[in-house]
Design a binder for this molecule. Sequence first.
Ligand SMILES: C[S@@+](CC[C@H](N)C(=O)[O-])C[C@H]1O[C@@H](n2cnc3c(N)ncnc32)[C@H](O)[C@@H]1O
Length: 234
Amino acid sequence: MSVTGLTEREDDEHKDSFLYWIRNHYSSVQGHIAGQLKVFKAITGEVSTINEYFGGSGMGTMMLQRIFKPTIHSVWDIDPMCVSNLETLKETHGFNNLVVAEGDAKSTILSAEQCDLEVLDFNRFSPSKIRTWKDQFDAVFKRTPKWIYLVDTAQSRVPLLRKAFSDALGYPVVNREDCLRGYSKYFFEHYSYIVEYGAYSNFACMLLKPSDIYVEPSLEKISRLDGMGALQTW
Ligand SMILES: C[S@@+](CC[C@H](N)C(=O)[O-])C[C@H]1O[C@@H](n2cnc3c(N)ncnc32)[C@H](O)[C@@H]1O
């Protein structure tokens, strides 16, 4: 796949776009792809409907299309440039059941249809943001999806923000693993969902599912090799 509209590295006009960012942070992108791929592959059973609120470059969209072959897959992004790139992706690859639209996740999450997999690949997310997005989380969990993908982009800040993250999660956060356990406890207590699996490095990709009992998440570090291999494996 290609990223349309950006032929030069110094494309000032679009420097705020996520598309500009990924062209200049290739190793972070590889790690992110590896994390997304690990989570999507950890999903068992059928996924035929998907809501993806932060479409970005379309790399996640492409993986979701290829792995699950969904019957309905809605993807939004707030950035018109990302939306245009997603439309090109749809046409180029013949993803006929992919519905691409521009939209702010603050409202698209509230009004989306029920689906099997909710994909919350936030631009920036940490335990401190749970409160900011509370209405949206309430809406997502109320739709009782089989699976939720959630990203945390602040794992490298855990040592600096232990208190803030512990307060937000109501769980003692000392290291990154604690933070992911804290998310699991929080979502179990508030919504009866657990983090079943988490892949992490300086960010974390989590897979949530409904559960009547609390079970500790299975956690895996994303290695440099995972990142390098991810682009080839899908
Ligand atoms: C981490 S990226 C998504 C990466 C994507 N999964 C991929 O594979 O490229 C986050 C995206 O969220 C978008 N974004 C930021 N704030 C948003 C909002 N309020 N609503 C919708 N999209 C938003 C950004 O434009 C960016 O493309």
